[in-house]
Design a protein around this ligand. Structure first.
Ligand code: P6P
Length: 337
């Protein structure tokens, strides 16, 4: 694709679809609708400190976590932006226990959207980057009727598109349809996402690692040995690695995507299946990282090959530079517990 100035997200998606004669153009419309929601959320996130939407709603989400107003704003904004375009038969959000069905007055579409409206929201009040994550599948049940759990609980390998928006020093939307990973930076002066990171490739090996070392005592012995290995001095293997942990997975993985690195949220004594959610956090981020040449597993199995059993199930996650993820898998395999 010719690299031109002012390559907008909409144009990039359309040009990508031109390579597929069978494309209906629906995916480009769907992703454009999603980018509108991202602009609205970005506006609120970037002025959260100035208006009274900080602090807790006093409500808890289904995971018992206190919900910040901005979480619900992002959740509501995404639903309002996506429920009437005729794209979807069902949606799933971290903030909603059950499937979100399309209102009867709207056309039922052939896709399923799963999303985490605002990941890392505990960082909102301290001005640390947070993000929206989305995952898109084609339905597998007959068209024309409401989507079902079967449509939503598909393996990650079935995703047709995935992406995230990171609200940081700038707002960047990164997406993949499986043909490369592309980043677009929002120009707030005229409200367009412009291509800024074309065809991102994650370095095969890195010298950054991201993990909450406060949980060290609870880790698998092999993981303990791996982290200690990273902290040893060896110039040839660029050790010691640098520790980078934002407390916001989207921010950590975005950095690792560009610079190389491994992000880990393992199972531990407090989180027997890890903390992160398979369907709307780990699968989409895995689709993106693998499309950029990286690797994503639960320590033993490719994330995108896990057969989901429930909408909000957790999974351990090791994701990033291919050689780094392979190495931590080896350390844990060699130290059975
Ligand atoms: P901990 C945010 O709540 C999140 O889901 C990820 O974005 C982040 O990396 C992780 O949890 C932080 O969890 O237990 O290290 O505070």
């Amino acid at each position: 694709m010719a690299k031109t100035q002012f390559m907008t997200l909409a144009r990039h998606i359309i040009e990508g679809e031109k390579r597929h004669p069978e494309a209906t153009g629906e995916l480009s419309r769907l992703l454009s609708d999603l980018s509108l929601a991202a602009k609205i959320i970005s506006l609120e996130v970037n002025k959260a400190g100035l208006v009274d939407i900080l602090g807790f709603t006093g409500n808890n989400n289904i995971h018992g976590e206190q919900v910040k107003k901005l979480d619900m704003f992002a959740h509501d904004t995404l639903i309002k932006a996506m429920d009437h375009g005729g794209h979807f038969c069902a949606m799933v959000s971290e903030e909603e226990e059950d499937i979100i069905h399309i209102p009867a007055k709207h056309k039922i579409g052939k896709y399923v959207l799963l999303f985490d409206p605002l990941d890392g929201s505990s960082n909102i009040d301290v001005n640390i980057s947070i993000g929206t994550i989305f995952s898109i599948y084609k339905r597998i049940t007959p068209e024309g009727q409401p989507g079902t759990l079967e449509d939503c609980l598909q393996q990650g390998v079935n995703q047709i598109a995935a992406g995230y928006i990171v609200y940081g020093s700038s707002t960047i939307l990164v997406y993949t349809t499986g043909e490369g990973v592309h980043g677009f930076t929002l120009d707030p002066s005229f409200g367009e996402f412009l291509l800024s990171h074309d065809d991102i490739k994650i370095p095969k090996k890195s010298h950054f690692y991201s993990i909450n070392e406060g949980n060290y005592l609870y880790w698998h012995p092999g993981l303990k040995k791996y982290i200690k290995y990273l902290q040893e001095e060896d110039e040839a293997t660029e050790r010691p690695y640098s520790a980078r942990y934002v407390g916001s997975m989207v921010a950590d993985i975005h950095r690792n995507l560009l610079y190389g690195g491994i992000y880990m949220y393992p199972a531990d004594n407090h989180h027997p299946n890890g903390k992160l959610r398979l369907m709307y956090e780990c699968n989409p981020m895995s689709f993106i990282v693998e499309a950029a040449g990286g690797r994503a597993s639960n320590g033993k199995q490719r994330i995108m090959e896990i057969q989901p059993e429930s909408l909000h199930e957790n999974t351990p996650l090791f994701i990033g530079s291919e050689e780094d993820v392979k190495m931590v898998e080896e350390f844990m395999a060699n130290d059975h517990c």
